[in-house]
Design a protein. Structure first.
Length: 339
């Protein structure tokens, strides 16, 4: 049986597989266990195996590639238009196979185990940061109900809360004081765990060549460098720096019809975590860059004179995304242009 392409609809336990021949005709349909996908593919000569880029796809893709198959991963939103009639697992796998044959389809690069490990660490840290923010807000709300306010800022809250517990004896009941002490210990524990992640990212950034090169860009520290290397590696997927900025959702969303262009706000597509981290980096670096006598500094000053600072931050983040692409593609460090 000649199989040119296999479309795999991944599930937690069972997967639906559709095989196509060279002409695109359906040759077989199978329902196999997740562990049986590799065994099924090994029964046929090396072919193309297409899957949606979902949880577990990169691990399975590495196994299939090690067996000699060509793996093509696609975003689920690009596969959806190829589903015909009613939606079921067999239709999904057929749609995946058909979408993988299109010459204009955009594919996702397989990530290495090291990249996935780094992404997992970033997601774990992001969850801890969200928990710490929620806990800090709850502590402030409890104190405000007792007429006690603490200046803005997490560090001021962590340093001022013990003093509040010591000096406001009459304003806090014994039970609430005990609760606040427990919440304070939980807050300090979250900060310690986040600090441990930051140190780990710092160590990896110093040992990785791509991260060291990215760290030469203003506004890119260990967190941003490791996050980008984990997500896009050497940025070979993107043909231009503008493509990376568009993938991050940092370009205007288009509503063009009838030849009349209409641009809206930023599209906010792609990886929201990378976009948020890059915007934070741009916001931190913007005052320094605006003071420099460089083409970028002059461009930034002109933009600040006529636009809202938040708009300028996003524009700077989009420019930084293009610089990141150039640094990763050309394997060089960032050089500040002279005025």
């Amino acid at each position: 049986m000649e199989i040119a392409l296999m479309g795999v609809d991944l599930g937690k336990n069972s997967c639906s597989v559709t095989g196509l021949d060279a002409t695109g005709q359906v040759v077989f349909r199978r329902r196999v266990h997740r562990d049986g996908v590799v065994k099924l593919a090994d029964k046929y000569p090396n072919c193309i195996v297409a899957m949606e880029a979902c949880c577990g796809a990169h691990f399975l893709g590495r196994l299939l590639r090690a067996g000699g198959h060509e793996v093509r991963l696609m975003s689920p939103e690009y596969v959806r238009p190829y589903v015909k009639a009613q939606k079921n697992d067999d239709r999904d796998s057929e749609a995946i196979a058909e979408a993988a044959t299109r010459p204009t389809m955009r594919f996702v690069e397989l990530k290495s185990e090291e990249q996935l490990d780094m992404q997992i660490l970033h997601r774990a840290r992001d969850r801890l940061v969200a928990e710490r923010t929620a806990l800090a807000n709850q502590i402030r709300a409890i104190l405000l109900e007792r007429g006690i306010t603490i200046p803005q800022g997490r560090q001021k809250l962590e340093s001022g809360l013990p003093k509040v517990l010591e000096t406001h004896d009459l304003m806090l009941s014994d039970r609430i004081r005990t609760l606040l002490q427990e919440l304070n210990e939980e807050l300090q524990n979250l900060t310690r765990r986040i600090t441990q992640f930051d140190k780990e990212f710092e160590m990896f950034s110093k040992s990785n060549d791509a991260c060291r090169r990215l760290s030469t860009i203003p506004g890119i520290g260990a967190l941003n460098a490791t996050a980008f290397v984990a997500a896009i590696d050497n940025a070979q997927t993107f043909a231009r720096g503008r493509d990376l900025a568009a993938w991050l959702g940092l370009v205007p969303r288009q509503m063009t019809t009838g030849g009349k262009p209409k641009l809206l706000g930023i599209s906010k597509r792609g990886n929201s975590y990378l976009r948020r981290m890059l915007i934070h980096g741009a916001r931190a670096a913007m005052p320094h860059i605006a003071r420099l006598e460089t083409p970028t500094g002059a461009w930034l000053r002109r933009l600040l004179a006529r636009a809202n600072p938040n708009v300028v931050v996003v524009a700077l983040a989009a420019k930084m995304a293009r610089v990141i692409w150039a640094v990763l593609q050309r394997r060089t460090t960032y050089q500040q242009a002279a005025a």
